[in-house]
Design a protein around this ligand. Structure first.
Ligand code: ZN
Length: 262
């Protein structure tokens, strides 16, 4: 039998997602980078001239090593808008953020947690691969639907208790994903920077955790879907563009793109 694992044969992954691109992100990035925790920052390209937001000229440098994703050009509550506005909000944001970062931007976080079935079905055509909601699942599972990706918890929702629970998991038959979201300005407002600092100290720098951006998690799980095998599982084919890690009867196997057989 085969169990897929995360890269490096790990069965735990951690990712975070922070919105709006205010200057408080600088402090958050400093903490994350210190502990090797990675994630996704959802930005509004049409609001960057505001004094409280990180300016266009700093985006590429500050978010290096993390993912930049769309959050709508103007941060509109898109479920209230005509679909033509939704298209512009997301596609124009993608284009602007791609110009600032020099990378393909393929993620989205719904501004004000606003979405609808119609919006979800539109996103693939706009080159969006996943979209995050503002609904805590309290779980450590993979999303059933990447266009309605419910995070595990907001950082004000028992973050350290969740972290303890996550670190204590020790069942190799499960694959765990811990997904934290929020806004860095909330740490200023609530005077609780110590919570994220403690969280990173607990969960960072560990051999058994894969630290990934949202897109890396999404793309890896999609890539796993493009592996197929013979019935006896002696022949494996990796139809994706990246290495896939798995356990075959307990044996660690990393399959490169293409055919693998033993
Ligand atoms: Zn927002």
């Amino acid at each position: 039998m085969i169990y897929y694992t995360y890269p490096g044969f790990r069965n735990k992954a951690l990712t975070i997602s922070y919105d709006d691109g205010l200057w408080s992100d600088v402090h958050l990035l400093e903490i994350l980078n210190r502990y090797g925790i990675r994630g996704t920052f959802n930005l509004n390209s049409g609001c960057m001239q505001e004094e409280r937001r990180i300016g266009k000229d700093r985006i590429a440098e500050l978010y290096k090593g993390h993912e930049v994703a769309t959050h709508g050009v103007e941060h509109l509550t898109i479920a209230r808008c005509p679909m033509t506005d939704v298209v512009k909000e997301i596609l124009n944001d993608r284009e602007a953020l791609e110009e600032l970062t020099g990378k393909i931007v393929c993620g989205h976080a719904y501004p004000n947690g606003s979405y609808s079935h119609e919006i979800k079905t539109l996103l693939p055509s706009l080159g969006i691969h996943y979209a995050r909601t503002a609904t805590d699942s309290g779980k450590y599972t993979h999303p059933q639907d990447f266009y309605e990706w419910n995070p595990t918890c907001h950082h004000n929702n028992r973050l350290l208790e969740h972290a303890k629970e996550f670190l204590a998991f020790d069942l190799p038959q499960f694959q765990y994903l811990f997904y934290v979201w929020g806004h860095s300005y909330e740490f200023d407002r609530d005077k609780n920077w110590d919570v994220i600092e403690e969280f990173c100290k607990m969960t960072g720098g560990r051999e058994d955790i894969w630290y990934a951006t949202n897109a890396e998690v999404c793309h890896y799980l999609m890539a796993v879907k493009s592996v197929y095998t013979s019935v006896d599982e002696k022949i494996l084919f990796n139809g994706s563009g990246q290495d896939i890690y798995l356990l075959r009867n307990g044996e660690k196997i990393c399959i490169h793109p293409g055919l693998y057989s033993v």
